[in-house]
Ligand binder design. Structure first.
Ligand SMILES: [Zn+2]
Length: 475
C-alpha cells in the first residue's frame, strides 16, 4: 500500500511522492524549540510525532535528512535574558541543553542538523533573503526602520491556513506600531533595534536590528536543504502565521514551490484542558519523571494517539502506558523462551507467520495511523499468548514474531533496555562507599566514588538508595 499523508496545504490525504523519486534522501524540516524556557510535554508530543514519521519513512526504505532549528533569538529569549541579567547566548544555552537531554530521555532520534538562528552564517543568509525580497517588491522598510513583508504582493498568502486576507484581523499587536505598516497582516522580516533589545543586534543594510522569527526558518531551511523540502512539520499553532510566512518568504526568494507536504500535529491537552502555567497543569519531562515514570512510558503515552487528534494527557493515561509496556515486555520474555525450545511442534494457529501480517506497517502507511498499528500489536500479543498457553507456537514462529517485533520497534522504540550487569568489583566498591557514608567518612566516600568512576561507572544517590550507571564517556 502506498504511503500517504494528510497535507495541510490541500486539506487532503495525498499519496507521498518525493520531489524526485531518484533523489535521496527525503528532505525534512521540523520547527524546533524556542529556547527561553524548558519545553513542555505538548512540545514533545509534536517532536515525537516527527520522530515516528522519520522512523516510518526509514522503515519503508527512505533515507531521511532532517533539520530541526533552534530559535535562540526572538522577543521571548531577549526578554528572558534581560530579566535574568545574563547575555542572550548564556541564557539560551541552558535551555538548549535541557532540550537535548529531554529529547534523549524520550528516545527521539537526533536530527542530522540543529542550526541555531544566531549563527553568523544564517544571519547573513537572512539579510541576503530580505534584500532579495525588497528588490522583488515583496518587502519594504517602514518609517520605524523595520523591514516588513508585503503580503498583498504575494497572491498565495493565506493558502496554507485557508485564510481570506480581507478577513484578516490583527492576531496580537506586533512590537511596533501598526501605522508603520501598509497592511495589518504585514509581518516583520527585520526588527529595528530598540533599547529593550540591549546588546542583541546585528548590522544590516537597514541599520542595526535582529531578524523576525519567520525569516529564521526560511533562511536555515533553504541554506541546509535547498530550494525545495519534501516534508515540513510542526504543531498546528505553527500554521499561521509562522508557516504561512515561511512559504511567502522562501517562495518569494526562490521562485519555486517551497514544501511538498505540510504535516501538523494537534494539541496536547492535560485533563481535558489546554496546558497553561496558570492552571498548574503545565508539565515538563522532568516533572513527569519526578513522579517516578520513565521516559519510555512518557514516550508511549505521547505517541499512542493519532497525530491529528488532540491527545488528552492524564496520570491515568501514564499508568495505562506503564501497563501496556509491561504487557509487551512479558510477551517478549515468553517468546524468547519458546524460541529457545526445540519442541519440534508445528504452529497451527494464527501466530505462525507474522511476516505475512503487514497490518502494522500498512496502518502507519495510512497517514501514520498509530492507533490502528498499536491495535494490531496488542491483538497479536493476545493471539500469540493464547497460542503459547496451548503449546501451539513453535520455536521458529516465536522467533519470527521476535523478528517482527524488532522491525516494528525500529519505529516505536519502546523496548526496555537490556538489564545492566554491574561487575562485582564495582558493586563491592559501591558497598564500601555506602559504609563510608554511613560513618560520615566523606573523604573515603569521595575516594571510592573516584575509583568507581575510573572503572567506567558512576554512583547516583537517589531516594531509593545509590544507583550505579555507566558514565557517559563510556557510552
Ligand atoms: Zn519554523
Amino acid at each position: 500500500m502506498a504511503l500517504r499523508f494528510f497535507n495541510t496545504y490541500s486539506r487532503e490525504i495525498e499519496e507521498f511522492e518525493p520531489r524526485d523519486p531518484a533523489a535521496r534522501p527525503i528532505k525534512m524540516y521540523t520547527c524546533g524549540p524556542t529556547v527561553y524556557s524548558r519545553a513542555h510535554i505538548g512540545n514533545f508530543r509534536a517532536y515525537i510525532f516527527e520522530d515516528l514519521l522519520q522512523r516510518h519513512l526509514e522503515l519503508r526504505g527512505y533515507k531521511v535528512h532532517r533539520v530541526m532549528n533552534i530559535t535562540d533569538v526572538d522577543d521571548k529569549t531577549i526578554r528572558g535574558a534581560r530579566e535574568a541579567k545574563v547575555p542572550l547566548a548564556k541564557f539560551t544555552e541552558q535551555f538548549k541543553q535541557a532540550f537535548f537531554e529531554d529529547a534523549k530521555t524520550l528516545r527521539i532520534k537526533a536530527a542530522d542538523e540543529f542550526p541555531s538562528a544566531t549563527d553568523q552564517r544564517y544571519i547573513e543568509r537572512m539579510i541576503e533573503m530580505i534584500s532579495t525580497l525588497i528588490s522583488n517588491g515583496l518587502a519594504y522598510q517602514a518609517d520605524d526602520k523595520s523591514v516588513y513583508f508585503r503580503i498583498n504582493k504575494f497572491p498565495n498568502y493565506g493558502k496554507l491556513a485557508h485564510f481570506d486576507l480581507t478577513q484578516l484581523q490583527s492576531t496580537g499587536r506586533v512590537k511596533h506600531d501598526e501605522y508603520d505598516k501598509e497592511h495589518i497582516g504585514d509581518f516583520a522580516l527585520w526588527k529595528a533595534w530598540d533599547e529593550e533589545d540591549g546588546d542583541v543586534k546585528w548590522d544590516s543594510p537597514w541599520g542595526p536590528g535582529r531578524p523576525g522569527w519567520h525569516i529564521e526558518c526560511s533562511a536555515m531551511s533553504t541554506a541546509l536543504l535547498g530550494d525545495q523540502i519534501d516534508i515540513h512539520c510542526g504543531g498546528v499553532d505553527n500554521i499561521f502565521p509562522h508557516h504561512e510566512a515561511e512559504i511567502a518568504q522562501s517562495e518569494g526568494v526562490m521562485g519555486k514551490k517551497f514544501v511538498r507536504y505540510w504535516l501538523h500535529c494537534a494539541h496536547l491537552l492535560v485533563d481535558g484542558q489546554k496546558m497553561a502555567k496558570s492552571l498548574a497543569n503545565f508539565y515538563t519531562v522532568p516533572d513527569v519523571l519526578s513522579k517516578s515514570y520513565t521516559g519510555r512510558e512518557l514516550r508511549y503515552a505521547l505517541l499512542r494517539v493519532h497525530y491529528r487528534v488532540p491527545l488528552n494527557f492524564t496520570w491515568e493515561g501514564m499508568n495505562e502506558a506503564r501497563e501496556s509496556l509491561t504487557r509487551i515486555e512479558d510477551w517478549l520474555v515468553r517468546l524468547r523462551e519458546v524460541a529457545k525450545q526445540e519442541n519440534g511442534q508445528r504452529s497451527t494457529s494464527y501466530a505462525e507467520r507474522p511476516t505475512e501480517k503487514a497490518d502494522f506497517e500498512n496502518a502507519l502507511d495510512d497517514d501514520l495511523n498509530i492507533s490502528a498499528a498499536l491495535g494490531f500489536l496488542f491483538e497479536s500479543i493476545r493471539e500469540t499468548n493464547r497460542a503459547m498457553d496451548e503449546g501451539k507456537l513453535d520455536a521458529a514462529s516465536a522467533q519470527a514474531w521476535l523478528d517482527w517485533w524488532k522491525r516494528s520497534d525500529s519505529v516505536l522504540d519502546l523496548e526496555a533496555e537490556a538489564e545492566i550487569v554491574v561487575p562485582p568489583e564495582v558493586a563491592h566498591l559501591s558497598e564500601e562507599r555506602e559504609n563510608a557514608r554511613r560513618e560520615k567518612n566523606w573523604k573515603r566516600s569521595d575516594d571510592l566514588r573516584d575509583q568507581i568512576f575510573a572503572l567506567g561507572w558512576e554512583v547516583r544517590d537517589t531516594k531509593e538508595g545509590p544507583k550505579l550507571a555507566r558514565h557517559a564517556s563510556c557510552g
